[in-house]
Design a protein around this ligand. Structure first.
Ligand code: T5A
Length: 202
């Protein structure tokens, strides 16, 4: 059977520390030459869709929004994720399809599916903590709010509840981490959980 790499994803609400942890993990795994991707984005088309989704201040129909996120993802899979996994590489994704299930499914109330052509992650780290704390981190960093971040606190609470349900339904794949811990503590836990997977991936 063809060798498959290791597919690691990070999920969570706004400002929960996904990017920070994905980057720290990339540094730890640098000798394995991991592929780091962020969503939406990571290809020319996907970055253009990201601009439309996050920055343009457009009124977007919720279902159209879902398909745009998924179109950006499908292009990223085709150009980057699937070839890297087929080549046996480690792929680290800062958000993936669980974001669509939580934001468009859980918070916007749309019916969602997991397309057969979207590879399933081997392990998903869910960073959990009060949604206000994550939004507060962005405010502390002086970052202006994008189209999604401007949604109400109730919207972001629904996202957190949806993540909670997703993790409860798939405890083998999800690893729940306390996002209120220090960067180093969280990263230590990430590495600890990954050790058995990495032995298998050698
Ligand atoms: N979206 C996305 C959907 O609705 N559907 C989808 O299918 C997809 C893929 C993406 C938006 O699109 C939505 C979700 C989002 O609203 P984005 O800009 O990529 O937009 O937003 P996020 O993925 O949420 O990324 P953020 O930058 O907002 O948050 P992160 O990556 O969770 O947090 P991070 O690491 O950037 O950290 C935030 C701040 O906190 C500090 C960092 O230094 C930084 O200042 N920090 C910590 N501070 C204290 N303790 C720690 N442990 C810390 N870790 C990080």
């Amino acid at each position: 059977m063809a060798k498959r790499g290791l597919f690691i994803t990070f999920e969570g609400t706004e400002g929960s520390g996904k990017t920070t942890q994905a980057e720290l993990l990339g540094e730890w795994l640098t000798k394995r030459d991991p592929v780091l991707v962020r969503e939406p984005g990571g290809t020319e088309l996907s970055e253009q869709i990201r601009d439309v989704l996050l920055y343009r201040g457009l009124e977007i129909d919720p279902e159209a929004e879902m398909y745009l996120f998924m179109a950006a993802r499908r292009q990223l899979i085709a150009e980057v994720i699937a070839p890297a996994l087929a080549a046996g590489q480690v792929v680290i994704a800062d958000r993936y399809h669980d974001s669509t299930l939580a934001y468009q499914g859980g918070a916007r109330g749309l019916a969602t599916v997991w397309p057969d052509t979207f590879p399933r992650p081997d392990i998903t780290f869910l960073l959990e903590g009060p949604v206000e704390a994550g939004i507060g981190r962005h405010e502390d960093a002086g970052r202006s709010k994008d189209r999604m971040e401007r949604e109400s606190i109730e919207f972001h609470r629904k996202v957190a509840e949806a993540y909670d349900r997703l993790a409860a339904a798939d405890p083998k794949r999800f690893v729940r981490l306390d996002a209120t811990g220090s960067r180093d503590k969280i990263q230590f836990e990430v590495r600890d959980h990954l050790k058995p997977h990495l032995e298998g991936a050698d």
